[in-house]
Design a protein around this ligand. Structure first.
Ligand SMILES: Cc1cc2nc3c(=O)[nH]c(=O)nc-3n(C[C@H](O)[C@H](O)[C@H](O)COP(=O)(O)O)c2cc1C
Length: 319
């Protein structure tokens, strides 16, 4: 154990939650530079890591890219999914050697049906199996091991599950305040998250429906050690700066960072792949330019669109 989580939680701010398809190296690095306490990678298949097998996305082999750091990137947690203790243990050794994460997290929250039997939120039905997996990872890894769960499979069993994970040696638990059956429907249940925090001695991080930096302090008053932000950080990395006491962005800064994000995506993935995949994110930075931004192909295209935006006085902040 390296005590990373406890050290970082002594500072004010919020955490970038894992998001498949979004929390890649360029975005994590930007969130980190804006003051995110730490960032979490997209979930990586433990079996894929061990066999160094590849998944294709946007015409590119990506499995190992998911955990690869951006140059100079710091405070990056890698999230793994899997359902086999030996494979997860082996994957911990692999990612520590390949990517040197600051901590490793186990996904116990992904609700998509294709994960059935392969990990994710299925494991919430068998807390003893989830705990066994954490124990195996803990033995294999030299860094902190944590887990990110939902409240339960189709009913709230969060305290029972979280206690089992704590007992297994998790250094921290993040809780998304919905059941797997709920997917993203309804509101996240912060009373249930607070109840988990009240029962555990390790830090508990809450996740769900935080859309403004001012909510971070409100949620912390419920007793959680920290707050994770996922969807509302896309195109709005300043939420982390604001959560640690900094200023909201100007319109000029929105345009500047959107362009910087495009440059970094192009550097990390190659221009064609990087820019195409980023279109949906660029439109979140500058929603009033959505029509132009969802068609960009190159960094120069992005530069043209955002330069035009900065020259206009009517620029609107992101929703
Ligand atoms: C597109 C998308 C991808 C996600 N991918 C992951 C993931 O890979 N691992 C994980 O633990 N949670 C994942 N989540 C869940 C988020 O981390 C977070 O718990 C959830 O979105 C609630 O937070 P929010 O309201 O701030 O978005 C994902 C959520 C979204 C919307």
């Amino acid at each position: 154990m390296n005590g990373f989580y406890t050290r970082r939680l002594a500072s004010p701010g919020a955490i970038l939650a894992p998001m498949a398809g979004f929390t890649d190296a360029p975005f994590r690095e930007i969130a980190s530079s804006m003051g995110a306490l730490w960032t979490v990678s997209e979930m990586m298949s433990a079996a894929g890591v061990v066999t160094e097998a590849t998944t294709r996305r946007h015409g590119r082999d990506v499995t190992l890219d998911l955990g690869r750091p951006f140059e100079g990137e710091r405070d990056r947690v890698i999230q793994l999914f899997g359902a086999d203790a030996d494979v997860l243990a082996d994957a911990c050794r692999h990612v520590e050697r390949l990517h040197a994460p600051i901590a490793i997290d186990l996904n116990l929250g992904c609700p998509v049906p294709k994960m059935k039997g392969r990990g994710g939120s299925c494991l919430l039905q068998t807390p003893e199996v989830a705990a066994h997996l954490v124990q195996a990872m803990r033995r294999a890894a030299s860094c902190d091991v944590s887990a990110k769960m939902r409240l339960g499979w189709d009913a709230d069993r969060s305290v029972e599950i979280a206690l089992a994970l704590q007992e297994a040696g998790a250094a921290l638990i993040s809780v998304h305040g919905r059941t797997a059956a709920q997917r993203y429907e309804g509101e996240a249940n912060w009373d249930a998250i607070a109840n988990v925090a009240a029962h555990l001695s390790i830090p508990v991080i809450g996740s769900g429906d935080v859309t403004r930096a001012s909510q971070v302090a409100e949620k912390k008053r419920l007793g959680v050690a920290g707050v994770m932000i996922a969807r509302s950080a896309v195109g709005n990395p300043w939420i982390f700066r604001e959560a640690s006491g900094g200023a909201a962005p100007t319109n000029e800064e929105r345009a500047k960072v959107a362009l910087m994000h495009a440059e970094r995506a192009a550097a990390f993935y190659g221009e064609r792949t990087g820019i195409r995949a980023l279109r949906k994110v660029l439109a979140k930075y500058l929603p009033h330019l959505r029509e132009e931004l969802v068609r960009v192909e190159t960094v120069d295209d992005v530069r043209r669109v955002v330069t035009f935006a900065s020259s206009r006085t009517t620029a609107q902040p992101a929703a």
